[in-house]
Design a protein around this ligand. Structure first.
Ligand code: ATP
Length: 818
């Protein structure tokens, strides 16, 4: 018998102990190899980049490389991947390790070779070290690479299906003209005669005066706001999604500071849902791509997008050319179809031709759905095929049915093989950002499930009792679950049997996908996706899909996913029949102006139905109390209200007309209130996407509607962000003295605690906006002016700790609570 102890730490036998150590050693070795692979890829990439610089060929060292050159290093690293134990590290997507038969040189043959690769369905590989041997020669499509070829986007891992109806070829004849020019940028000298340069330091110190050296005159205030606008614009070169690879760092300040905003009553739908889960640190933390990367595919088989984008540009360009040609062909015939149909939302395709089950078609017919809408016609066949899809379609065009129908079909298919279980698995999961939207989608799914016995849909949202949810989920059928991320995660983390029910999931839908993949929600989404099976279909839907979201989306979607875009590149993203305008008045007059606009609209529109969006929950509350006091038929929804109240008001507003809803961003996305005649947005929206989604609460289902954006002079910088949208200038309102006095009286009546909370919320919101929040003096000065306009004699004090967090501690004008 061998010597040594019989049992080892942990009660392991000798052999178990030995095996454990061997395993650990293997894991360590693999870790090293993985590290080397990253090094290899980085080296390869920089070598390729260097070789493409002008004159690189000439500068290349004669004869290749020395023993310590980067090329030798690359070879050495490449050799490592041929060693035993490293087989799994390298895959076909990373490019061939062995020399491949090179295609004949020349443009035509180069293209043909790539074309053959694409046609044969072979994945495009990254470059290998052998590729470097030919780096000194110009690559076929690199010749003449200049500004034109740079316009090609190699980010084409997905297939793009541009719906034929999108008027992207020439928007003008169809009336999509962006009247950006109607908003001349305010020049510094348009009011004051002082030279701009002299005035600049005054902006920073907040000491702008009128010509006579006075600070409190209207002209001085106007000058000051004007400079604030310039300052915001200057600071406000907000990071845009397409600007750099820094996107993934998630340094978008508005989202980062939402927590502070929350503390101060700053609304936005994040108010309601973000606080259910996740911590601030995590939101701020650099997003870890690794967390999601291993959801769909094996971790090692996922290659960093940036690397692929750079290395596959040739094949990417060819793919793009093919799409271009294919789209042009389709557009030729389909354009006529689109034009002949006018701007109708419905297509000639009926639901019974879409491959959905007969019982669903029956329910659809009962609900009045016979023909498909544009997005349904485009997305349904691909979704029903089982493919992963990313869909972009304008607000109010029927996206909900476009994903609920595939969800029902996937449940029907799954149920064929799962019949005898006491508690049925959840086969389809729909995630959405707000509670109101979750309730709405559940109701819509119920309508579609009318004739499907035994199939149930349930919602899981914050603001309800956890235990009750649990009981309901177990007692009632639930094959389709509609949930907000925070509450779903609570259930996943606290109830293991719930996670087990998700293990048979067939379909995952992210409605308002861009928002769910945004920093506020991403951590939760990552955790949720981690618990779901990899073998599933994933559908992403939204009216806005910024570029960085498209890249992030690839972490939940399969590589071969399809991108369905019914808006079209360069086309206007807002509904055609919405009349958009912008009105600029000082903050002090915003409440008076809203009242004036409402009165004006009510006088004109018999069946008026208006939504007023405010920047924060507490400002919403303030606006509501003031308007109610002015005898308007007004309701309020925001995150500070209990869920039951929110649901009741939402239902009431949905079914009524001659009513005004004052709300925060909890109503921005997805919520379908029919026949809204006017949307007013008070104050600068957090970003372009918010503007589009809020506006999208009107002009739904191809109907017409109006949208007014109410800004203060210094907030006009935001017009740069939406300059491509057809926005007119709204005529300056003529508020008579009597009406102004009435509004002033109503403001006076509002409780002091609400005014203080509104001030705090206002400060929190604007401080959190990247475009504005960097100039703390400016934010505090504007907040104090806002406070004065709502009847606060002096700015309410804030806690030292909070001021510190907001970066406002020593800013003049801030009062710290003793
Ligand atoms: N095929 C159809 N026929 C008739 N009406 C439809 C059809 N599809 C959807 N609708 C109606 O269109 C309206 C808007 O649909 P939905 O809420 O799905 O839009 P959406 O694109 O999801 O909007 P948002 O981007 O704001 O979330 C709803 O009232 C819905 O009942």
């Amino acid at each position: 018998m061998g010597g040594g102890p019989r049992t080892f730490p942990g009660g392991l036998s000798k052999w178990q102990y030995k095996r454990m150590h061997e395993k650990l050693a293997r894991q360590k070795q693999r870790g090293l190899l993985r590290h080397e692979k990253q090094l290899y890829l980085a080296r390869l990439r920089s070598e390729i980049r260097a070789s493409r610089l002008p004159g690189a060929a000439a500068e290349a060292p004669p004869g290749g490389e020395g023993p310590t050159s980067s090329r030798a290093h690359i070879r050495a690293l490449a050799d490592r991947f041929r060693r035993p134990g490293a087989e799994d590290l390298w895959n076909e997507d990373d490019g061939p390790l062995r020399r491949v038969k090179r295609p004949p040189t020349g443009i035509a043959s180069g293209v043909r070779h790539q074309q053959q690769q694409l046609d044969s369905g072979k994945p495009r590989g990254g470059p290998s070290w052998e590729d470097l041997t030919s780096l000194d020669q110009p690559r076929p499509l690199d010749r003449g690479k200049g500004p034109t070829s740079a316009a090609f986007n190699p980010r084409r891992e997905y297939l793009t299906v541009v719906a034929p109806w999108c008027p992207r070829w020439d928007p003008r004849p169809l009336g999509f003209v962006a009247p950006k020019k109607s908003y001349p940028v305010m020049t510094r000298c348009s009011v004051s005669c002082q030279p701009c340069v002299d005035l600049r330091p005054l902006v920073a110190s907040g000491l702008t005066e009128d010509g006579n050296g006075r600070k409190d005159t209207p002209l001085a205030q106007f000058n000051q706001e004007r400079f604030y606008s310039v300052a915001a614009r200057r600071f406000g070169r907000k990071w845009r999604p397409d600007s750099s690879d820094q996107d993934d760092k998630g340094t978008s300040a508005p989202k980062k500071n939402l927590r502070f905003g929350k503390k101060f009553g700053a609304s936005s739908e994040e108010d309601s849902e973000i606080d259910e889960s996740g911590d601030t640190g995590a939101i701020r933390r650099r997003w870890s791509s690794a967390a999601l990367r291993n959801c769909d595919v094996k971790k090692e088989r996922r290659v960093l997008k940036s690397y692929e984008e750079e290395s596959n540009d040739l094949a990417g360009r060819i793919q793009e050319l093919r799409e271009e040609i294919r789209n042009r062909e389709v557009l030729g015939t389909e354009r006529r179809r689109y034009e002949s149909r006018g701007e109708s939302l419905l297509t000639s395709k009926r639901f019974d031709q879409c491959g959905v089950s007969a019982l669903t078609v029956k329910a659809l017919t009962d609900a009045g759905y016979v023909q498909t809408t544009v997005v349904q016609e485009a997305a349904l066949p691909i979704c029903l095929e089982g493919k992963d899809v990313l869909v972009k379609a304008k607000t109010g065009t029927g996206k909900s049915a476009a994903f609920l129908l595939p969800a029902i079909e996937s449940v029907l298919n799954a149920m064929k093989s799962n019949t005898n279980q006491r508690v049925s698995p959840i086969f389809a999961l729909v995630l959405c950002p707000t509670r109101e939207l979750a309730i709405q989608l559940t109701a819509e799914a119920n309508v579609l499930l009318k004739y499907h016995e035994g199939i149930g849909v349930q919602s899981l949202i914050g603001g309800t009792r956890f235990k009750l949810d649990q009981r309901r989920l177990e007692s009632d059928p639930c094959q389709i679950l509609v949930a907000t991320p925070g509450r779903l995660l609570d259930h996943i983390e606290n109830k293991s049997s719930f996670s087990v029910r998700l293990m048979r999931l067939k379909l995952l839908v992210l409605d308002e996908a861009d928002h769910l993949l945004d920093l506020g929600f991403r951590k939760d989404i990552e955790k949720i996706v981690d618990t779901l099976p990899r073998q599933r279909q994933t559908l992403l839907f939204s009216a806005t899909i910024p570029k960085e979201v498209r890249r992030v989306s690839q972490l939940v979607l399969k590589r071969d996913h399809v991108f369905v875009d019914t808006v079209g590149l360069g086309a206007v993203e807002t509904p055609t029949k919405v009349q958009q305008s912008c009105l600029v008045v000082p903050h002090e007059l915003h409440f008076h102006t809203v009242h004036h606009l409402l009165r004006e609209h009510i006088d004109r529109e018999v069946d008026y139905k208006v939504i007023v969006f405010c920047t924060t929950a507490m400002v919403t509350e303030f606006m509501y109390i003031m308007l109610r006091d002015l005898k308007l038929n007004v309701r309020e929804i925001h995150s500070r209200k209990p869920q039951l109240y929110r649901t009741r008001i939402s239902e009431e507003f949905r079914g009524s007309n001659r009513i005004v809803l004052v709300t925060s961003d909890v109503s921005t996305r997805g919520v379908n209130y029919p026949d809204v005649t006017l949307v007013i947005q008070v104050g600068v929206p957090p970003d372009r996407e918010h503007y589009i989604h809020r506006l999208g609460r009107t002009a739904r289902e191809g109907k017409s509607g109006k949208g007014i954006l109410l800004l203060a002079p210094w907030e006009q910088y935001f017009l740069d962000e939406i300059g491509d949208l057809p926005i007119d200038k709204y005529p300056a309102p003529d508020i008579d003295q009597e009406m102004k006095q009435k509004v002033d009286d109503s403001i006076e009546m509002v409780d002091m605690s609400i005014k203080e909370a509104a001030y705090h919320a206002w400060l929190g919101y604007y401080n959190s906006i990247a475009d504005i929040g960097r100039d703390k003096r400016m934010v505090v000065d504007l907040a104090n002016r806002f406070g004065a306009s709502i009847g606060l004699e002096k700015p309410p004090a804030i806690y030292r700790k909070t001021a510190l967090k907001m970066g406002l501690k020593d800013v003049p004008g801030i009062r710290i609570r003793k």
